[in-house]
Write a protein that binds this ligand. Structure first.
Ligand SMILES: [Ca+2]
Length: 130
């Protein structure tokens, strides 16, 4: 099967970034990222791998993150806006096997009401391996 290669942009301040790409259950996908505009959460510079809490307030609110066990600002994917399908992407991921079918949606991990102070843009490339 020829590799399918698809790119789209993710804005850090957007709670959802629809990709226009249908992910198929059982497919295996590789993700690559390139930061097009520097990423920051308020004054904290970061990467698509995310960052650990830098103060007690952040530590105490980790459980409020949309994906509580993933780092702040870690690049995440879901299908069709369903948080039950959420998976970690980060800066790169080689072998994501889709458990669901649906449109790929991406976001950087944050508390729902705190996207207003996010900056940056990431180009995400998705390659179907199998
Ligand atoms: Ca934020």
């Amino acid at each position: 099967m020829p590799a399918e290669n698809y790119s789209f942009d993710v804005w850090a301040e957007k709670k959802w970034n629809p990709s226009g790409l249908l992910i198929e259950q059982g497919g295996i996908y590789e993700f690559r990222t390139e930061v097009l505009e520097d990423l920051s959460d308020a004054s904290i510079p970061c990467t698509p791998d995310g960052f650990d809490s830098v103060n007690i307030l952040m530590t105490l609110t980790e459980w409020l993150r949309r994906a509580p066990s993933d780092k702040w600002f870690c690049l995440m994917g879901t299908q069709n806006f369903k948080m039950t399908t959420a998976f970690t992407i980060g800066s790169a991921r080689r072998d994501y096997k889709a458990n669901h079918s649906g449109e790929l949606m991406c976001f950087v991990n944050d508390v729902s009401g705190f996207y207003f102070n996010n900056k940056g843009r990431i180009s995400v490339t998705v390659i179907r391996i199998e």
